[in-house]
Design a protein around this ligand. Sequence first.
Ligand code: M6R
Length: 604
Amino acid sequence: MCGIVGYLGKNNTKEILLSGLKELEYRGYDSAGIAVLQDNNFANYKAVGKLVNLEEKTKDFITDGFAVGIGHTRWATHGKPTELNAHPHLGESSYVVHNGIIENYAQLKKELQEDGVTFLSQTDTEVIVHQFEKNLKNISNAFEAFEKTISELQGAYAMLIVTKSLPDTIFFAKNGSPMLVGVNENDEKFFASSDSPLIGLAKEVNYFDDGDYGYVTQDALEIFNKAGKKVEAHFVTLATDKLSAQKDGYRFFMEKEIYEQSDVIADTILGRLGEDEIIFDELDSSLFDGIHEIKLCACGTSYHSALCASYMFERYSKVRCSVEVASEFRYREPLMSKDTLFVVISQSGETADTLETLKMAKNAGLKTLVICNVDNSSMVRLADACILTRAGIEKGVASTKAFATQVTVFWMLSLYVAKRNKAFTTKELQDQIHLLREVPASVIVTDAMHERIKRLSKRYLHGHGFFFIGRDLFFPLALEGALKLKEISYLHAEGYPSGEMKHGPIALADPELFTIALLPQHLLYEKSKSNVEELSARDSTICAISPLPFDKADDFIPINSCKDYMLEFFEMMVVVQLLSLEISVRLGNDVDMPRNLAKSVTVE
Ligand code: M6R
């Protein structure tokens, strides 16, 4: 997702900012920019696309001597990836860079516009700098104006502001989006949204806590906590290995991405949950007019999230829904009617088979919607409407956080349609929205859980195959668990509906057949349990994942007791991802780049 850098000092500010942004490229972005304040003059450059475009634009720009500067790589959320929407954003005499989402931006923007402020971009970020300057008009102390501004913002942010009102200072604030500051013996100060831009420049770094804000000058680093109390910096020595810095200390990108799920789901729901409604600003309210069926089309993991969606659209929204594997749909001469909304799902937005089905649907005159993680990708450009998942760039070939955010978007979308179709009462919608707010907490990986899975994984390195089994919404999760294991362990694994095992696959049952059983408490528990007992009676080795103890299992991975099966779904999702990861690690495989696989499959 977006990346932030900042620098205060006497060295080559432009180069430090640009090379810092380069280190953040791995997070994914679609535009970039810098602003440098030197001798009370601002220089600002922005460019769409890769950093080389920004480098080209700044090639004649020279910084010499003391300056303060901020830079940003933007992953579009509010507004298209254009130069105007790229950060830093300008007020009258201040610039801001920001990661995260300002939830109350619409209200603040309205008030600022009523005061006569003109907005240049479509972003939520621009309100920050205008709000700051509005406060500066009434409060002569720039830091106090900054403090007031922060108190007026709701949502998630890591932000830096530079202003002519205090030209030797950078203001910072962090809440929900990562940011750190680094220092060295030359009184330089460096900011970034992750370690790697600071390696080789700063000796010691302080990771900000949520609610921290403050300022730096050459002589000072002042940090205040969310209660407004001054706190000491907690410096730690910075690691020196850049690749591991990008992995933030995790062994693999896939592992990091599993751990990131809580944050990216929080980003995905941010600004989209009302009291009793789901808000998708990006959707035209007429999108569902005349629609009697939803058809979902995708490949691989995205196909599994589409299967999850089909349960939710029929159960919650009361809309007929069907799901298709894109490579099959392309050639089977499908019947398409105009009362069908055609939805494609893709992490990359470039998968050739899925893209082709989108073209087919468009040619047939259907309304189309894409659920995608990459703005400006081919599918996003082609579809009539788009909802972006906000997973940030996913580097591990085995998809994890993209799946988590896709299911989250589908859950929200099914409620959006449920409201439209009056399929839910206000109370039911409110209850669902409360549950959605609990998802980020339900996917946090605890040390105890990870350790348990690491230990258990050693028993699952052989055998003649795995069956991941589940019912209802836990069937697509079983498919996804099996796909994860196949992809990175190279062991044979299948996902199967629990109730279907007795119709054939149970013939395979013996101690060398490993059954990973998904047993949620709140969805068909007794029925699923009986299906697992049938396998246990035939001596299959059972690993049960459930909040309830299960005495017929050989191994048991407990999940937290939850109040709804959707939360159990997300808890179990993390377990199956970690189990695959740890089996693959024990087998000595390349977790992030498994053999024969590519991250984006742009061929048929
Ligand atoms: O980018 P997409 O979501 O369209 O990709 C679809 C599949 O290629 C992808 O999900 C693949 O199955 C992953 N390797 C799953 O981990």
